[in-house]
Design a protein around this ligand. Structure first.
Ligand SMILES: [Zn+2]
Length: 113
């Protein structure tokens, strides 16, 4: 699945995740964004472990990281990296990160690049 960012048609600012109003020009109030694919590769800027996430995640410790993609956009995602280190190269995929009943939530998951 493609990772999509949202580019403001008025000023060109790229957003992720989706925003209703452009954070740069603030003038885009009509959802005038173009979906553009984001690069999958980036570097790990910071990470943390979420302890005791909701039971349906089925893990006791959930590693979360912030990754700066090759175009400078920062995204938050789950890490599937045994020993994450700051600045390491990672590669993102869009996966189901949370499931409850029939509802699937997609999010970013990062692997070592
Ligand atoms: Zn804008």
């Amino acid at each position: 699945m493609e990772i999509l960012g949202y580019k403001c048609r008025k000023c060109g600012q790229l957003h992720y995740p989706y925003r209703m109003v452009c954070k740069k020009c603030g003038e885009n109030e009509h959802n005038e964004f173009d979906a553009v694919p984001l690069p999958r590769r980036g570097k790990l800027v910071t990470f943390t472990f979420l302890h005791n996430p909701p039971a349906d995640f089925m893990v006791v410790k959930l590693p979360l990281g912030i990754v700066e993609l090759e175009n400078g956009i920062r995204v938050t995602g789950q890490l599937k990296i045994p020993k994450p280190t700051l600045g390491m190269a990672v590669q993102g995929e869009v996966e189901v990160v949370h499931e409850s009943g029939d509802e699937k939530n997609y999010g970013m998951v990062f692997y070592p690049a």
